[in-house]
Design a protein around this ligand. Structure first.
Ligand SMILES: Nc1ncnc2c1ncn2[C@@H]1O[C@H](COP(=O)(O)OP(=O)(O)OP(=O)(O)O)[C@@H](O)[C@H]1O
Length: 306
C-alpha cells in the first residue's frame, strides 16, 4: 500500500508537486499518468527517500522510506534502465545488490529466471538491449520479494515484444497481491497495462479512476448527413439531442444514438446519406484532461527561454 498525503515539493521557484494526495492499493496495476514535468518522477523519488518533501508525506506500508529497516524487502524500484554498470554481468550486478542487502545468491538465480534472463546471466550488461536492461532492472527490484513495486516510465523506448512482456509481468506481480505503480506520460501505454489510473498535472491530482470508468467516459456522438439537414436537426433537438452543424453540411448529435436517429429520420421520410457513431479515444479523454496544464507548461518554458 502506498499513501501520499498533501505532498508538496519545491525546487527553488518551481512547484513540482502541489498538495498531492492519493493511495495505491495492492492487487492491481496502477498507472501514474501525466504530461512531462507533471511531477511524477519527483513523487516517486520522494517515496524512495531520494528527495525530501517540502511538506506532506509519502508512505510505503505506513512508513516513510527512511524508517523502513530493510527497504529492499518492502519496495522495489526501477527508475532507470541503465542503473547497472555495463562492464558487469547480469549475475554479478544482481549478486552485488543482493549481498549489500543480505540476500543470498539463490534468490539472484531465481529472479534472473523470473525475468527470462537466465540464459544471459553471465553476459556483460553493456551488450544488453534496452528490453533486457529493463528486465534486469525488474529483477533487481524483485530481489527482496517486496510488496510494493515502483517503475518510472518502464515502457519508454521498448519495442512491442518488450512492452508486452512488461505488461504481463506487472499483471502477474499485482495478481500475487503486490502494489504496483508505474508512471508514464502516454495514455496509449497505460491503456492496456493498468487497472487504475491517477492522472496528474502541474503537481496536482486531476483525476483518479479505474480504466473501465475512464473508457465509459468517452463522449459519444453521431455524425449524420442528410439533404434535409435543417429539418432533421429540428427533429433531433426534439429528441433531446444537442445538435451542431459541421462546416461541410453534416450534423453532429450528442445525447442520442445512431439507431434512434435512423428511426426518427425514417418516420419523417428524411433520407440519410451518412450515419456514423463516433467515440473519443482514451488518448482524447486524457489530452482533454491535461490540455490546460500542458498549455501552461509550454507557456512556462517559453517564458524561461532567454
Ligand atoms: N532536481 C530538480 N531541480 C529543479 N527542478 C526540478 C528537479 N527535478 C524536477 N524538477 C522540476 O519539477 C517539475 C516536475 O518534474 P518531474 O521530473 O517530477 O516531472 P515528471 O512528471 O516526472 O516529468 P517527465 O515525464 O518529464 O519525467 C518540472 O518542472 C521539473 O523541471
Amino acid at each position: 500500500m502506498i499513501v501520499v498525503r498533501e505532498l508538496t515539493k519545491r525546487y527553488g521557484p518551481t512547484l513540482a508537486v502541489d498538495q498531492l494526495s492519493f493511495e495505491v492499493r495492492p492487487g492491481v496495476v496502477t498507472g501514474f499518468l501525466g504530461p512531462n514535468g507533471a511531477g511524477k518522477s519527483t513523487t516517486l523519488r520522494i517515496l524512495l527517500g531520494l528527495h525530501h518533501p517540502t511538506s506532506g508525506e509519502a508512505l510505503i506500508g505506513n512508513r516513510r522510506y527512511d524508517r523502513i529497516g530493510r527497504p529492499m524487502h518492502e519496495v522495489g524500484a526501477v527508475l532507470d534502465a541503465d542503473a547497472a554498470h555495463p562492464g558487469r554481468t547480469a549475475f554479478h550486478h544482481l549478486a552485488c545488490l543482493a549481498r549489500s542487502n543480505g540476500i543470498g545468491k539463490a534468490r539472484v538465480t531465481a529472479v534472473l529466471e523470473r525475468v527470462g534472463l537466465a540464459s544471459v546471466a553471465h553476459k556483460r550488461v553493456g551488450g544488453f538491449s534496452l528490453g533486457m536492461r529493463q528486465r534486469l532492472g525488474i529483477a533487481g527490484a524483485l530481489l527482496g520479494d517486496p510488496a510494493v513495486i515502483l517503475l518510472d516510465e518502464p515502457v519508454n523506448g521498448l519495442d512491442a515484444a518488450g512492452i508486452r512482456w512488461i505488461r504481463s509481468t506487472l499483471r502477474s506481480l499485482a495478481a500475487e497481491g503486490r502494489t504496483v505503480l508505474l508512471s508514464s506520460h502516454l495514455m496509449s501505454e497505460m491503456a492496456l497495462t493498468v487497472d487504475h489510473v491517477l492522472i496528474i498535472g502541474r503537481g496536482r491530482l486531476l483525476e483518479e479512476t479505474s480504466m473501465t470508468r475512464m473508457r465509459d467516459r468517452f463522449e459519444r456522438d453521431v455524425l449524420v448527413r442528410s439533404p434535409q439537414a435543417a429539418e432533421l436537426a429540428g427533429i433531433l433537438a426534439g429528441l433531446g439531442a444537442s445538435v451542431t452543424a459541421t462546416d461541410d453540411g453534416g450534423l453532429v448529435a450528442v445525447g442520442v444514438d445512431a439507431s434512434a436517429i435512423g428511426d426518427a429520420a425514417a418516420a419523417a421520410s428524411i433520407p440519410l446519406h451518412e450515419l456514423t457513431s463516433r467515440s473519443a479515444t482514451l488518448e482524447d479523454v486524457y489530452l482533454d484532461l491535461t490540455s490546460e496544464v500542458a498549455d501552461y507548461q509550454a507557456a512556462v518554458e517559453r517564458t524561461a527561454r532567454p
